[in-house]
Design a protein around this ligand. Structure first.
Ligand SMILES: [Zn+2]
Length: 248
């Protein structure tokens, strides 16, 4: 179920059966010469919608802009500051909690969001610990899951790409976007074929170390067929993890 396609009465009815929701969260940033700018938002969105339609899980709007300051050296990348992203998470959780959503699962597509989103969760819990009074407990349960670290996806990524998957502009995420949007498959020269790996600080430093935008990846054999297999693996991982989360 997609929240954006429901009426408020349908949401009320859903809440009588379930208090869970999945919110895809991603980023809008460069992904190298063959990766789409929207990769990190597209991947969790299609996986969440896959799980949502199969299991009747409510899926909220995709938060498509994340914390990507280090990609601003490349055209088209957009970032929120960490504190802006944390404020967005805070307000989204409080809005959903007001309606009775108690299990709020953020399905993430971007490693750069992880620290900030977990920090936002701690702010929300701190409100209760500091101001809730003795014995007060937050009604909501929050979880951040990464579509790309589930056990089935990890096993398949290793099988398909091994150490050529990389850590940014990964072969797995690019294949998944090619499955979702076959009309957007890209072809470009990759030199070197496997990109360098390492750490970085700001946007200029990132661009100097990783000139074409990739980190550690070789996406030269990415294809929709690989993407379809990754999609099925990611949907199965998500359904399992979400159902476990609902029991918390
Ligand atoms: Zn990515």
């Amino acid at each position: 179920m997609k929240l954006k396609l429901c009426t408020w009465q349908e949401v009320d009815t859903y809440l009588q059966e379930s208090d869970g929701i999945i919110i895809p969260i991603g980023s809008h940033e460069q992904h190298g010469p063959t990766g789409l700018i929207g990769t990190d938002a597209i991947c969790p969105e299609v996986v969440a919608h896959g799980a949502g339609s199969r299991e009747g899980i409510m899926v909220g709007p995709t938060l498509g802009i994340g914390m990507a300051q280090h990609h601003l050296g490349f055209a088209g990348s957009i970032t929120l500051r960490p504190r802006t992203l944390a404020a967005v998470i805070h307000d989204v959780v409080q809005s959903l909690d007001r309606h009775g959503f108690r299990h709020i699962y953020f399905l993430n597509g971007h490693g750069g969001n992880i620290t900030t989103v977990n920090s936002a969760f701690q702010e929300l819990y701190a409100d209760f610990s500091l101001h809730g009074g003795y014995g007060a407990e937050a009604g909501f349960h929050l979880k951040l899951g990464n579509w790309f670290t589930g056990k089935r996806v990890t096993r398949l990524s290793d099988e398909l790409y091994g150490d050529r998957n990389g850590s940014h502009g990964t072969a797995a995420e690019i294949s998944l976007t090619y499955y979702a949007y076959p009309e957007a498959v890209k072809n470009a020269e990759l030199e070197p074929r496997k990109a360098p790996d390492g750490s970085f600080r700001d946007a200029a430093d990132f661009r100097r170390r990783f000139p074409d935008g990739r980190m550690g990846s070789d996406p030269s054999d990415c294809c929709p067929e690989h993407g379809e297999r990754l999609f099925e693996a990611a949907v199965a991982d998500l359904i399992e993890d979400y159902q476990q989360f609902l029991k918390s």
